[in-house]
Design a protein around this ligand. Structure first.
Ligand code: C2E
Ligand code: MG
Ligand code: MG
Length: 454
């Protein structure tokens, strides 16, 4: 049997004119927050130009009730309905504190904004302090006192800045306010610029890894202090950003460590440093290549296997590679890190604890560090650059570490005096500008060629 013919009006719109009530309803739809019934971000954007009043300055005041972590704790412990009650209670308290006639907008789950008329747009309006004070204790929600962790961010109203950018600036200020003494902060262009730069760096890093000429490795020689022989080099990342210029690794690596980019970045370094070491060996330079690993790398299962695989694929023996890790590695997910370091050492890879003494080193843990080499942080070596400088700490650190069976390497040797003194103290190895700065591979080859063969 044939399917019944479709009714023509099944697919057509009803076409009828909206009633006045429907039109009003639809124009309000999506313009009010369903939890607080306050006008929302879209309304704020629409009303933005109305905040400009001739002869009257205003400050935009953005209040966040809590940071995301605190809100998630409330959600987990007390549930969604309660969390909404918390937001409603916060909104009610806020609205009750605002000068009459000021509209409060609910712009994101935990954030509210209002344009407050002021005499001097460069000074905190009194109301900001009143709000921070009112939320400083707990707010009571369904008879339960809840800590609110309010942040108050201020940005002078400026029509030119536009609604979206003003909102962003006010939110940055509210985030900054969490680090201020009184819970209130003005928008600070410098701190915002730092955030934007960090964001830019992270956004551009994947592209830099794919580009042929942005990231590169420099190599710093590592010297045996007794003989002056160079038996190793440390691979150090360099990034020449096409617009921002050179970005130091101490800036971009900690940022990458906050994201999933650190895995591919370390892999990028491993591949190139190992291939380069093969070329050094082929040219007759017998070097052990040191590669820096981030704590995050060692907390991820399988890092050890990848490293051994890469080493083998590059045609290197395990003793051609050293892996440097920092004390932070032993603080986070240490069981897995210790296991992986142990596996690498069993396979013949040397393991070095980098920046020793810059973290939370304590003597009882020194004996249990899963490493062959201790690289003493530059901060210990720095006081030693001139004759007469104090060597008390360094002398004892070298003596204890050597006694425990570590090979000791001093970082940051900048003068002939520091070199000679460290050698006297029994420090086995060293790195520093006095001997050589980090340099591109071709320069290191020439540098090695020019040295008398030991
Ligand atoms: P690090 O591993 O402790 O590397 C030694 C740092 O000290 C290098 O800085 C080196 O240029 C610098 N240095 C060497 N000799 C001297 C000296 O005599 N005086 C002074 N003042 N400094 C000296 P660089 O290359 O800027 O690297 C900084 C840090 O960035 C490294 O410290 C390391 O923690 C990290 N880093 C660099 N490349 C990588 C990498 O490929 N992976 C990871 N995870 N971290 C890396
Ligand atoms: Mg290092
Ligand atoms: Mg170091």
């Amino acid at each position: 049997m044939n399917e019944p013919a479709r009714q023509a009006d099944d697919t057509t719109s009803h076409g009828a004119a909206f009633s006045h009530f429907e039109a009003a309803f639809l124009s309000q739809l999506g313009r009010y927050d369903h939890v607080t019934r306050l006008p929302n971000r879209l309304q704020f954007i629409d009303h933005f130009s109305d905040f400009a009043r001739p002869g009257q300055s205003a400050v935009l005041m953005l209040v966040t009730l809590a940071d995301a972590k605190h809100y998630n704790e409330i959600l987990r412990a007390l549930g969604m309905a309660f969390a909404e009650d918390f937001v409603r209670a916060g909104a009610d308290l806020l609205a009750s504190l605002l000068p009459s006639g000021t509209t409060l907008y609910h712009v994101s789950v935990l954030s509210f904004i209002a344009a407050v008329p002021v005499d001097d747009p460069e000074r905190h309006p009194e109301i900001a302090q009143v709000i921070a004070g009112a939320f400083a204790g707990a707010i009571t929600v369904n008879a339960i006192p809840i800590k609110s962790q309010v942040g108050v961010g201020l940005v002078p109203f400026d029509l030119e800045r536009g609604a979206a950018e003003s909102l962003r600036a006010a939110l940055v200020a509210a985030q900054d306010s969490r680090r201020s003494d009184n819970g209130v902060a003005f928008y600070n262009h410098q701190s915002d610029a730092a955030h934007l730069r960090a964001f830019r760096i992270l956004a551009d890093l994947p592209q830099a890894m794919a580009a042929p000429d942005q990231l590169m490795l420099h190599y710093q020689p590592r010297i045996e202090l007794q003989t002056g022989r160079c038996h190793g080099a440390e691979a150090l990342l360099r990034w020449n950003h096409p617009e921002l210029g050179p970005i130091p690794p101490a800036e971009f690596i900690p940022l990458a460590e906050q994201t999933a980019l650190i895995g591919p970045l370390t892999d990028w370094v491993m591949l190139r440093a190992m291939a380069q070491n093969r070329r050094f060996l082929d040219a007759g330079h017998d070097l052990r290549m040191s590669i820096n690993a981030s704590p995050v790398n060692l907390s991820e299962a399988g890092f050890d296997d990848v490293l051994l695989y890469r080493c083998d694929a590059a045609g290197l023996e395990p003793h051609h590679i050293e892996l440097e890790f920092t004390e932070g590695t032993l603080a986070t997910n240490s069981a897995r890190a210790v296991l992986q370091l142990g596996h690498l050492r069993d396979a013949g890879i040397d393991v070095a604890l980098d920046d020793f003494g810059s973290g939370y080193s304590n003597l009882s843990y020194l004996a249990r560090i899963p490493a062959d080499v201790l690289k003493i942080d530059q901060s210990f070596v720095r006081p030693l650059q001139e004759p007469g400088d104090d060597d008390f700490l360094l002398r004892h650190v070298i003596s204890i570490a050597t006694g425990l069976g570590f090979r000791v390497c001093a970082e940051g040797i900048e003068t002939a005096h520091a070199y000679a003194h460290l050698r006297e103290l029994g420090c086995a190895e060293g790195q520093g500008y006095y001997m050589a700065r980090p340099m591109p591979a071709e320069m290191l080859s020439q540098w090695l060629d020019a040295r008398p063969k030991a």
